[in-house]
Design a protein around this ligand. Sequence first.
Ligand SMILES: [Zn+2]
Length: 343
Amino acid sequence: MEQLLQQVEAYRKEIAEFSVDKDAAETFRIKYLGTKGLVKNLMAEMKNVPNEKKREFGQILNEFKTFAENKYEEIKQMTVNGRQSTVDNTIDLTLPGDALPLGSRHPISIVKNKIVSIFQRLGFTVAEGSEIEDDWHNFTALNLPEDHPARDMQDTFYISQTPDWMLRTHTSNVQVREMEKGKLPIRIICPGRVYRNETISARAHCFFHQVEGLYIAENVSFADLKQTLYFFVQEMFGQDVKIRFRPSYFPFTEPSAEMDISCLICGGEGCNICKHTGWVEILGCGMVHPNVLENCKIDSNKYSGFAFGMGIERIAMLKYQIKDLRLFSENDLRFLKQFTGVV
Ligand SMILES: [Zn+2]
């Protein structure tokens, strides 16, 4: 009896430490629970146990049998289709997970957001419009009637079935649509993608991005324009940057000007970027032409306004010293990754 009990204890230990490999369930079943298995063998020993101990030993054997059967079920769950399952205690759930690769904002978005946020602080709100536009909103209303020579500078892509429709050449179409609503004063900033029929090179592309601004109210003067743009330049490029205005011509503004900033690379000394002039052009601007106001049913005797427009690519190229415009649309990760962390 004593020997039998020791035997049971030894088997119990063996079962508890049973190593689980791919054939474990079957091996275990044959060894312990099969017709010639150890449990059966122990049961057979009952006849040798003295009568007064039979009850006690029977109970121990039953417990042992249940223990072995439970272990068998456990092994079966751990081995699925004969292969060892990953459900075991060797997985360390406290290990840190795999880090997800973080992308970066596109430099055009970074610069656009920055420009928009500067003008928002001056009370401008964002207005957006469609990239497919009709002739009136893209050209004619902006004092660019058909056959106007300035149209040649803005050749674009037309839709052959409806020749009146085109891909817009500037975001000024949004300005026209806002003016036509007739709600004054207007103080808007219009970011968006625009198109030109140009040969793609390091300095030109068939599409690019613009931000235009428009302010129309009573008594708006050129001094307001100048101060607004000066504030923008200082916020965008730093307090030390100087500005200058050069007289220019746009059909939709009168007077018109192009604005330069002192070269960021050489600080005005002269270098390749500024073509040794110390200045780089960043935007065009002017007072809204009375014809444009009248085209949009705004009384040009009562209201005046200024408008300006800049290419986002140009600002980004100056800010980050990017030399080739094509990099912005090539999706080259080696380029885009350099803006990780810039917000
Ligand atoms: Zn320079």
